[in-house]
Ligand binder design. Structure first.
Ligand code: BG6
Length: 490
């Protein structure tokens, strides 16, 4: 039995995501010998381009970052020789039929699996799937389709999108990607929790007083204003990346590591979440300003691709609650923003104080700060650390907080693969654990849709914050309302 052929067709191949992430991830997998012998890549987009031109474009973004093996250059040549390009419209059956003949030529009559990566806006997913399903799906092996967020703008449009995809695909063929699920630390979250006896017993309202999911970027939407203005930070980051991490964090123990068991638990924890209320949300938008070094930055609405009067939030903070036995009353805080003072993504678990702490009088600090905190730094500089109280060495008794630290860079000398590498490999191998099922998506939208409608119908103005700052002060008040301090600025 010979190994089936594999083709990956990147629809939207001339776009940014394809160039920056998808082709480099495919190359990294090829370089690591993770792909079948007979593997080819097709770029598909409307831009007129030859195979050679595609190769030239993508060769600029391929790197030999995994290690500096001498044969990297040769591998790159080998990879590029397997890359082809087909110019086509997204709604043309004829163009997809042409793609099919080119694929067939290379498949040489053997069993062939076909993976399509839709790196295009969601309003054209349905056209592509309709045309490709009739003309370019595999007749001899499997066909799978990876779709990139945004999966709609709200519950209704997301359900509509699912309906239209399901006219041509069954759920098992749809791989809804959320690249945060492919990040090393996010994968490790479940390992940490479920295979260390010191964590799982504490994982509930009995010991945890709040959990924080923080995403910040130190750059604005430069160049992406057109896309971003249509969605805003809540749809771009919170409803997917942060909520997905929250679901993994808060779910009950799955029956097994099987994809369906894990996704069942994620749905079960998303359903009892209260829909977000306006009073539990703060929105912000960055304005221009000057850095200390004198560099000046454009405000969000000064970006030529953004309307001057846009109310789209580039920052949001929210307090969410899960009405179930494990988490009743525990605030799950989220904060996401662009053009802030730093680039970082992290999960912070703040534990309750020790009841009747014997050492109270020896703490030189506010007892409220003398609580344990577990931090999973997703990026940059992946790390897991636990803040503990401990005695300062010496005569007498003085206490302070120190970190038990797992710092990836010094502990593991290996480079960490990009999230897209892991997820592409999973899709090729049919592993669905890290992809989002349609009922998860529905549950996720139910939490955010009422809020998004209200923000938009009432035209709620975002609080302005300077480019490069820590974001709107409203976020502090929101946390304080629930007796919480943001761990990243404590
Ligand atoms: C994308 C968002 O999903 O994630 C972008 O659309 C954001 O706005 C990006 O910049 C962040 O991803 P990463 O992996 O660079 O943190």
């Amino acid at each position: 039995q010979t190994e089936p052929n594999l083709s990956v067709t990147v629809v939207g191949a001339s776009g940014d995501l394809a160039k920056k992430k998808i082709f480099p991830a495919l190359f990294a997998l090829f370089y690591e010998d993770c792909l079948p012998q007979n593997f080819i890549v097709f770029g598909y987009a409307r831009t007129e381009m030859t195979d050679e031109e595609l190769r030239e474009t993508i060769s600029r973004t391929l790197t030999c970052r995994i290690d500096k093996r001498e044969n990297c250059g040769d591998k790159m040549e080998e990879f590029l020789a397997r890359c082809f390009y087909h110019t086509g419209q997204y709604n043309s059956e004829e163009n997809f039929a042409e793609l099919d003949s080119r694929l067939k030529q290379k498949e040489d009559g053997k069993t062939s699996n076909r993976l399509f990566y839709l790196s295009i806006p969601p309003d054209i997913f349905a056209d592509v799937v309709r045309c490709a399903s009739g003309k370019a799906f595999s007749k001899t092996g499997w066909t799978r389709v990876i779709v990139e967020k945004p999966f709609g703008r709200d519950s209704e449009s997301s359900a509509e999108l699912t309906r239209s995809l399901k006219q041509y695909l069954v759920e098992d063929q749809i791989f809804r990607i959320d690249h945060y699920l492919g990040k090393e630390l996010v994968e490790n979250l479940s390992v940490l929790r479920f295979s260390n006896v010191v964590f799982e017993p504490l994982w509930s309202r009995n010991y945890i007083r709040n959990v924080q999911f923080i995403f910040s970027e130190d750059f604005g939407t430069e160049g992406r204003g057109g896309y971003f203005d249509n969605y805003g930070i809540i749809r771009d980051i919170m409803q997917n990346h942060l909520l997905q991490i929250l679901a993994l964090f808060a779910m009950e123990t799955p029956v097994s590591l099987d994809a369906e068991d894990i996704r069942n638990e994620k749905v079960k924890v998303l359903r009892p979440m209260r829909p977000l209320r306006l009073e539990d949300v703060v929105i912000g938008q960055y304005k221009g300003g000057q850095s200390k070094g004198g560099k000046s930055y454009l405000g969000y609405t000064e970006d030529p691709t953004v309307p001057n009067n846009s109310l789209t939030p580039t920052f949001a903070a929210a307090a969410l609650f899960i009405d179930n036995a494990r988490w009743d009353g525990v605030p799950f805080l989220m904060k996401a923003g662009k053009a802030l003072n730093t680039r970082r993504a992290e999960i912070r678990v703040q534990f309750r104080p020790v009841p009747g702490n014997l050492y109270k009088k020896y703490f030189g600090m506010d007892m409220d700060k003398a609580t344990n905190e577990l931090v999973l730094r997703v990026q940059p500089d992946e790390a897991i650390y636990l803040k503990i109280n401990s005695k300062i060495p010496g005569l007498g008794m003085k206490l302070d907080q120190s970190d038990l630290n797992l710092f990836y860079r010094t502990r593991y000398l290996k480079e960490i693969p990009d999230a897209y590498e892991r997820l592409l490999l999973d899709a090729i191998q049919g592993e669905r654990r890290l992809f989002i099922r349609s009922d998860e998506l529905d549950a996720a939208w139910s939490i955010f849709t009422p809020l998004l409608n209200e923000l938009e119908t009432k035209k709620i103005a975002p609080e302005l914050y300077p480019y490069g700052s820590r974001g709107p002060v409203g976020a502090y008040y929101l946390a304080a309302k629930y007796n919480v301090r943001w761990g990243d600025i404590a």
